[in-house]
Design a protein around this ligand. Structure first.
Ligand SMILES: C[S@@+](CC[C@H](N)C(=O)[O-])C[C@H]1O[C@@H](n2cnc3c(N)ncnc32)[C@H](O)[C@@H]1O
Length: 664
């Protein structure tokens, strides 16, 4: 969900609510390289050299960054951002100077606003797809970032580009086209007869992808031939994506704009977090195997002069990779788009990344990555996305940001959180309607902010939260584990969510609190997956109730128009619009949720209308809310007709009974 960035396959596993980890990713690499040791970062270069068959590292380790990252260039021209007189004098090739209406504004997020300085970044003929309404500036705190030159309204498509490379996650390879990422239609996809791994919509998509796939095809075949077990016959999406980056650089040439843009992406190699070293090492080992690299010299055709360059590339990749999502936000792969990768992070972002699959976008321009304004953004402000799931509590967000991206977030939500953050909240123990912060091991003296009642069941709450998190991890891994049949995976996971949710609710967690919200989302997903085989009034009503609780949980933590909220509302509306297997409409049921009959249709209609409004923001007004927006519009039109038929049916019946009475 991602929205935003979900860098690296490893992250996808942690993205509990919206990212469906395919279980392949780095675990593929783990399977293949399990016998390799996992030395600290400083040894990783040597390890890769060894894997490549060169024994000791005989090549001088050049340790060079292939691009001059502005952060490493001494600067003498720093000016406070928005200092117009100075700013307009600066040389800004390809960039429109900030308009003169810009007062001294600092980007969103940082607390010490006044201390922030930013300077324009020279792009050296790269990133020509950056619209004139934006510019890249470098700040003293967050490195380079995307800033607006003009006012942007919520729902504006700020930028729309085709990523340099994109690949599908292993479990989606046979469900989506490997060129345009469209999902299979009724006519199906066509498989590459040689590698039998990738699929395409048609010949046009296959031809478009051939520049990459001609290298990939034989690499996939070689990999499969030597795979130690059937579940690792296909390399992870991360390995395949890196392969495409290297073949792309080879095709375009090291001095091409394409390759320079890749090299301009930030590398955190020098400060890689210890917890990521192992992943990076596995990835490097898998990559050299995939590329057929046996000696350092074999890296040269890829413009990598040493294993050190390879380590750098992997750091760039993990720091800058986006999750490729479907139009309804299912994570289906990963992609690299260097221009949008300049976007910095905030836990309350003013923009999102989506792949709306808008009507009229040709397949040759898909997957189309859209940066969309989530709120109105004033001129001169920084455009920020979230790299992590913002429904998570602060500690979990910070952990991921530190481990994967090497920074501590200083956004307002992290530095000045509300007294009660709904992500970590309990209902008042006296049931006054107020809420209390969730107790922690360190701090458990919490009171209701409304009536002052103290939380008494601290141990029970702590236990429930711990069990909930463990169950969430377990249910998620069950759901996506390869070896179980689809039905038993779903069944086991549903048993877990069914058992744990009542425990979390009974200890007083609010619907927005972690891990209850994530559990509810997973439960909804599992129930929807089982609907086709077990559609009954009861099962439909149960999933509607779950979807309603999930929506209620999202409301306080995501702003209106956030794509996750919009999709959740659309899902609820669509569920309410499903034909009832056995309508229970009776006076006794009138107060129950979900209602039956016409009130249900009315609720479906209202939910879909609201969803459509939010989709227009989250997926872009110019995109009509994307594919889901279109779908919802059609559903609204169908409901309008249906409600019209009901209304006229009732009117006719009433008129008939009046006539009958008169006649009688
Ligand atoms: C995808 S890059 C974003 C662009 C990057 N600033 C650059 O100069 O290329 C991610 C990196 O930017 C930095 N970054 C992004 N958001 C940040 C934030 N809110 N605070 C501090 N550093 C941030 C971190 O170094 C992170 O690893």
């Amino acid at each position: 969900m991602s929205f935003g960035k979900l860098k690296s396959a490893r992250k996808a596993k942690e993205f509990h609510s919206y990212v469906k980890p395919d279980g392949s990713s780095l675990s593929d690499a783990e399977g293949l390289t399990a016998s390799l040791n996992t030395a600290p970062a400083s040894d990783s270069t040597e390890q890769i050299e060894q894997l490549a068959g060169s024994g000791a590292n005989t090549e001088p380790d050049q340790m060079q960054h292939t691009s001059a990252h502005p952060a490493q260039t001494p600067r003498t021209d720093e000016v406070p951002y928005g200092s117009l007189a100075e700013e307009s004098q600066e040389v800004q090739p390809d960039l429109k100077p900030a308009p003169s209406t810009v007062p001294g504004k600092a980007p969103d997020g940082p607390v010490q606003r006044n201390a922030e300085t930013t300077t324009p970044v020279p792009l050296n003929d790269c990133h020509i797809s950056l619209p004139a309404s934006l510019q890249i500036r470098e700040s003293s705190r967050h490195g380079r970032g995307i800033y607006t030159n003009t006012a942007l309204q919520a729902g504006t498509v700020v930028m729309s580009i085709v990523p340099h490379v994109s690949v599908l996650s292993t479990s989606y390879l046979d469900q989506h086209c490997s060129a345009c990422a469209a999902s299979a239609t009724e006519s199906g996809l066509k498989r590459c007869p040689k590698c039998k791994t990738v699929y395409y919509c048609d010949k046009a998509c296959q031809d478009r992808d051939w520049a990459w796939h001609k290298h990939e095809c034989s690499a996939l075949q070689t990999w499969a031939a030597s795979a130690p077990s059937p579940d690792v016959m296909i390399p992870s999406d991360a390995v395949r994506c890196l392969g495409r980056i290297l073949w792309g650089s080879q095709k375009e040439g090291p001095d091409s704009t394409w390759a320079r843009e890749i090299r301009m992406m930030q590398s955190n190699r020098a400060s890689v977090h210890s917890s990521s070293v192992e992943d990076h090492t596995y990835l490097a080992h898998s990559l050299v195997r995939y590329l057929g690299v046996r000696a350092p010299a074999d890296l040269q055709p890829f413009s990598l002069s040493s294993a050190s360059d390879l380590v750098d590339l992997i750091s760039r990749f993990t720091t800058n990779t986006f999750t490729l999502t479907s139009a309804s936000l299912s994570p289906i792969g990963i992609c690299v788009a260097p221009t949008v990768a300049f976007a910095n992070h905030s836990c309350s972002p003013n923009a999102v990344i989506v792949f709306p699959r808008a009507q009229g976008t040709p397949a040759s321009k898909e997957p189309s990555l859209n940066l969309v304004a989530l709120r109105d953004i004033a001129p001169g402000k920084e455009v920020r996305i979230s790299y992590v799931d913002t429904t998570l509590p602060k500690d979990l967000r910070q952990k991921e940001l530190t481990e994967v991206y090497n920074f501590t977030c200083q956004c307002k939500l992290c530095t000045k959180p509300p007294t009660v953050d709904p992500r970590e909240s309990l209902w008042c123990p006296k049931k006054c309607g107020g809420t209390c912060p969730l107790p922690t091991e360190e701090d458990n003296l919490f009171r209701c902010t409304k009536c002052g009642a103290g939380v008494t069941n601290v141990d029970a709450v702590l236990d429930a939260a711990r069990i909930g998190q463990e169950a969430l991890d377990k249910a998620t891994s069950l759901q996506f584990r390869g070896e179980l049949s689809l039905r038993s995976k779903g069944y086991n996971a549903t048993q877990l969510t069914t058992n744990i949710i009542p425990i979390l609710v009974s200890t007083g967690l609010t619907p927005s609190a972690h891990p209850l919200l994530a559990m509810t989302r997973l439960h909804q997903e599992l129930l929807i997956a089982s609907l086709p085989t077990s559609l009954s009034q009861e099962s439909l009503d149960e999933v509607i109730r779950t979807a309603a609780k999930y929506n209620a949980g999202l409301q306080p933590i995501l702003p209106k128009g956030h794509p996750i909220r919009a999709i959740a509302l659309a899902e609820l509306g669509k569920l309410l619009a499903v034909d009832e297997p056995a309508s229970l409409a009776s006076p006794a049921q009138a107060s129950m949720f979900p209602p039956s009959g016409p009130p249900r249709l009315k609720l479906a209609y209202e939910s879909l209308v609201r969803a459509h409004e939010e989709l227009l923001v989250g997926f872009g007004k110019a995109n009509g809310g994307g594919h889901v927006g279109r779908d919802v519009r059609d559903a609204i039109a169908r409901l309008e007709k249906e409600i019209g038929v009901w209304t006229s049916g009732i009117k006719n019946a009433l008129e008939d009974s009046v006539l009958a009475q008169r006649a009688g």
